[in-house]
Design a protein around this ligand. Structure first.
Ligand SMILES: [Zn+2]
Length: 236
């Protein structure tokens, strides 16, 4: 049996959370331990709202470039322990190709508790992918660097479009990067008013379009937004 992503997480006791597409520099970057000169803050990656570009923090508004800022908002509201997911559209000002779109869906999950480690994160990833695909999925975790994790990982799953043989979706190497993830950086917990001596967390941010490509064997992400009925009818 294949679960939808929400049902897979709900079956593990996660809450589904949503919030506004408009965020601010404070929630998109400051709270997440991005250095003041981090290139991701530059306008080439983030859509800043007209009239707020020269402001700072809470007053500098943007279309959320990722969902991670919402994690701090949730934790400020609900405290810890917590386990929740928040699906949503995110916006990047980047060139489109077979694997990238300017607006795309992501799906973030976060657990915060007293003893969350790399091992608990890996178990969460394996369990979710097994529920979504209805079978064991090969996963590999490579070292990855994100300001809001310590340590961070790039998490790959076997490419199901080609069965690991290599195709244009997986850059002909048989693996596809489906999510970054990692142990939450202490500064992010502090931004959420949580004591990092007491609380630890693990987060994953699933590239939802890629997961759907894997589940249905779709080889070009642009087809999702093409309104081509011949393409869309296969999901009815
Ligand atoms: Zn492939």
């Amino acid at each position: 049996m294949c679960y939808d992503l929400n049902d897979a997480f709900l079956s593990l006791g996660f809450e589904v959370y949503s919030e506004d597409d408009i965020s601010s520099e404070k929630f998109a970057f400051d709270n997440l331990n991005f250095a003041p000169d981090h290139p991701a803050r530059a306008s080439m990656d983030t859509f800043w709202l007209d009239g707020t570009e020269e402001k700072r923090g809470n007053e500098r508004l943007c279309l959320r470039p990722h969902l991670t800022g919402g994690s701090v908002r949730y934790l400020l509201k609900h405290g810890a322990p917590a386990r929740f997911v928040y699906p949503g559209r995110v916006y990047r000002n980047e060139t489109t190709d077979a694997r990238h779109e300017r607006a795309f869906f992501q799906y973030e999950a976060l657990i915060v508790d007293h003893d969350i480690s790399f091992a608990s994160g890996k178990v969460m990833i394996q369990t979710i992918l097994e529920k979504v695909f209805g079978r064991k999925i090969n996963v590999r975790m490579r070292e990855g660097f994100f300001p809001f994790t310590e340590p961070g990982y790039e998490i790959d799953m076997e490419c199901l479009v080609c069965g690991g043989k290599g195709c244009r979706v997986c850059n002909h190497n048989g693996w596809i990067e489906v999510m970054p993830g990692g142990v939450i950086h202490p500064n992010v917990l502090r931004a959420a008013n949580l004591d990092p001596e007491e609380w630890t967390g693990f987060y994953i941010n699933i590239g939802l379009d890629r997961l759907v490509m894997m589940r249905y064997g779709v080889d070009d992400v642009r087809l999702f937004h093409s309104a081509d009925l011949r393409f869309l009818q296969q999901f009815r």
